[in-house]
Design a protein around this ligand. Sequence first.
Ligand SMILES: Cc1cc2nc3c(=O)[nH]c(=O)nc-3n(C[C@H](O)[C@H](O)[C@H](O)COP(=O)(O)OP(=O)(O)OC[C@H]3O[C@@H](n4cnc5c(N)ncnc54)[C@H](O)[C@@H]3O)c2cc1C
Length: 293
Amino acid sequence: MKPPPFDYSAPDTLEEALFLLGEAGDEARPLAGGQSLVPLLSLRLARPSRLVDLAGITTLTTLGAADGHLAVGAMVRERQAERDERVRRLAPVLADALPLIGHPAIRSRGTIGGSLSHADPAAELPAVALVLEAELVAESRARGRRSIPAADFFTGYFTTALAPDELLTTLRVPSSAPGTGWAVDEVARRHGDFAIVGAAAMVRLDTSTGRIDEARVALAGVGDTPVRLAETEQMLAGAEPADEAFADAAEDAATRLSPAADVHGSAAYRRHVAGVLARRTLKLAAQRAREAA
Ligand SMILES: Cc1cc2nc3c(=O)[nH]c(=O)nc-3n(C[C@H](O)[C@H](O)[C@H](O)COP(=O)(O)OP(=O)(O)OC[C@H]3O[C@@H](n4cnc5c(N)ncnc54)[C@H](O)[C@@H]3O)c2cc1C
C-alpha cells in the first residue's frame, strides 16, 4: 500500500524542527531512520499530516563522553553506534545489543532515538536503556529541555513519556563503577528477527568481599513495556555470585511475569525463556564483573 498524503519538512536545526512540531500539535510526526515509521505509513497504521525529517539536523548526530556520561545523539545510526569505540568501552551492553537489531541494512538507517521513541516492547534498546539506568533528554519549544529516567520513559505499548511537540535529543548513559559486568542475550526465531524474549543484566561486585553489591535485569518481549525485575535484583543484593543464586532468582522472576501469548510463543514459553535468559545474562555479567575487578 501507499502512505496517505502528508506534508514534508526537512529542517536543518533543532529549533526549526521543534517549531514545526509545536505548530502542528499531534498532527505531525518526526521521521528518523524511517525503519518503523515508513512501514506504519504504508500500512496506514499512522496518518500524520506532516513529517518532520530529522536527518539534516547535525547537532543530533553527535556522540561523545563528558561529565561521567556517554552521550549519544538521537540521530546517531544504530550501525554507527555499534562500531564506535567509545560505546564499546563505556556502554558494552549497548555495543553488544546493537548487532542483535535486524540486519546491517536496517541498522544503517535506524537510529538510537528512533528505536527508543518507537518503544516496541520486544526491541533491544528500551530494555538496555532500563538496565543502564540511562537518561533520555527531551526538548520542546514550549517547555524547553528535560531529562527523563529510562524507568519513566516507557509508559505503555509503543508509548513513551514524550509529548507530541517534543523530540528525544540524547541518550545519556552513566559510566559504571569498577567491578561491573554486563551481558545481553535473546531468543529469536531467525537471526535478525525481533526477539521473542530478550534480557540485559548488570552485576557489580563488592571488590573487597566478592559478593554482589548490585544486580539489575531488564527483559524485552514479556509485557507492554520493557520490564525491570526489581524483586530478582533485591534477592541478589549481598549474595555470593554463585550459579545457584542466579538460578533461584531467575526462577522467581519467571513466576512474576505475565507475558501475552502470540503466534511466536505461549505465555508459559515466554516465561520459561525469560527465566533462562535472566539466569544466563546474570551469570555472564558476574563473570565479566570478576574479570573487570
Ligand atoms: C526488517 C526489520 C527488522 C527489524 N528488526 C528489529 C529488531 O530486531 N530489533 C529492534 O529493536 N528493531 C528492529 N527493527 C526496527 C529498527 O530498529 C528501527 O530502526 C527502529 O525501531 C526505529 O528507528 P528509526 O530511526 O528507523 O525511527 P523511525 O521509523 O523514523 O521512527 C519511529 C518512531 O519514533 C518516532 N521518532 C523517531 N525519532 C524520534 C525522536 N528523536 N524524538 C521523538 N520521536 C521520534 C517517529 O515519529 C516514529 O513514531 C527492524 C526494522 C525492520 C524494517
